[in-house]
Design a protein around this ligand. Structure first.
Ligand code: G1P
Length: 291
C-alpha cells in the first residue's frame, strides 16, 4: 500500500511576464478569475482532494499571496460592524481554509528548482505539485483523480492532454504507450521539455498537475539547466524514470491556461456562465453582442 499523499507544492515564484502589465506589481497567482485569485482555485482543488498541508513556493514581491490566506482583522471587523454576514464568512473561510507554509525561491532558476525548494517541508513522502496557472475544471478534482492512480499503481503520475500542432512546443511532452487496461494511463518511456514540433515524441503534453515520489528531490539536486537555461522539473522526472515507474494520466476535465491572456478570457467566460447568480444575465448579454 502506497503512503498517503498529504502535501501539495504550489510553485509561485515566477515573474508572470506573459501577463504584463497586470503582473508588474500583482503576483500572477493573484489575478482574479471571475472573483477569486487563480491560486485559490488550486488550493481549493488540493483540499477537496484530501491534501492537508499546502506549501507555496514564493518569490520577491509576492507577499499578497500570504496576505490573502491570512486573517484580515480590519476587513473582518468592518464587515462584522456592518452586519455583512455572508461576506464575513467568505473572508474567514479563506484564512481557515488550510495549513499553509511558505518558502522563498530566492532566484527564478526554473520549475525544477522551485519544487526542490520545498524538499525540507515535504520530507520523505509522496506529494502533489499544482501549477496555479493551470486552472482545471473537473469533478472529481484533477489532482484527486491522479492521487487515485498513484495509490493504484505506486509510481509518480503526470497529468497530460492531447495538443495538436506546433503548440505542443510550449509544453513538456511525454513519450510512452497507452496502458492496455486503462486508456487514460500512459506507461512513460521518456519525456522532453519544450521540444521543437518536429521532434516532439507524441501529442501528449504535460499539464501542471503532478503526483511525485520524494526520490525526485535527490535527482533534482543533480539536474543541470535545460530548456531555456532553467532547471526543469521535466528533466528531474526523466532522471526518476531510470529508477521508478512514471505514468502519464489523461485527466477527465477541462484545463485553462489562466497565466495566458487568451486562456484567462476563455476561463472567465466559461466560469461566469456556470455561476448561478449571474449565468442567465451574462448569457443574455453575450447573445446581444453583434459579433
Ligand atoms: C511548465 C512545465 C511544462 C508543462 C507546463 C504546463 O512549463 O515546465 O513541462 O508542460 O508547465 O503548463 P511553463 O508553462 O512554466 O513554461
Amino acid at each position: 500500500m502506497s503512503k498517503p499523499v498529504r502535501k501539495a507544492v504550489f510553485p509561485a515564484g515566477g515573474l508572470g511576464t506573459r501577463f504584463l502589465p497586470a503582473t508588474k506589481v500583482i503576483p500572477k497567482e493573484m489575478l482574479a478569475l471571475v472573483d477569486k485569485p487563480i491560486l485559490q482555485y488550486g488550493v481549493e482543488e488540493a483540499i477537496a482532494s484530501g491534501i492537508e498541508h499546502i506549501i507555496i513556493v514564493t518569490g520577491r514581491g509576492k507577499g499578497a499571496m500570504e496576505d490573502h490566506f491570512d486573517i484580515s482583522y480590519e476587513l473582518d471587523a468592518t464587515l462584522e460592524r456592518k452586519g455583512k454576514k455572508e461576506l464575513l464568512e467568505l473572508s474567514r473561510k479563506i484564512s481557515s481554509m488550510a495549513r499553509i507554509s511558505y518558502i522563498r525561491q530566492k532566484e527564478p532558476l526554473g520549475l525544477g528548482h522551485a519544487v526542490l525548494c520545498a524538499k525540507d517541508l515535504v520530507g520523505d513522502e509522496p506529494f502533489a505539485v499544482l501549477l496555479p496557472d493551470d486552472v482545471i475544471d473537473a469533478n472529481p478534482p484533477c489532482i484527486k483523480q491522479m492521487i487515485d492512480v498513484y495509490q493504484e499503481r505506486g509510481g509518480s503520475v503526470l497529468a497530460t492532454m492531447t495538443i495538436e500542432g506546433p503548440g505542443i512546443s510550449a509544453y513538456g511532452v511525454l513519450d510512452g504507450k497507452q496502458d492496455a487496461s486503462n486508456p487514460r494511463i500512459y506507461n512513460c518511456a521518456g519525456m522532453v521539455e519544450k521540444p521543437k514540433f518536429e521532434e516532439a515524441p507524441s501529442k501528449q503534453a504535460i499539464i501542471g498537475r503532478y503526483v511525485l515520489t520524494p526520490r525526485v528531490f535527490e535527482l533534482l539536486e543533480k539536474t543541470t539547466p535545460g530548456a531555456g537555461g532553467e532547471i526543469q522539473l521535466t528533466d528531474g522526472i526523466l532522471a526518476l524514470l531510470k529508477h521508478e515507474k512514471v505514468f502519464g494520466y489523461t485527466f477527465e476535465g477541462k484545463r485553462y491556461d489562466a497565466g495566458d491572456k487568451f486562456g484567462m478570457l476563455q476561463a472567465t467566460v466559461e466560469f461566469a456562465l456556470k455561476r448561478p447568480e449571474f449565468a442567465e444575465k451574462f448569457k443574455e448579454y453575450l447573445k446581444g453582442l453583434s459579433l
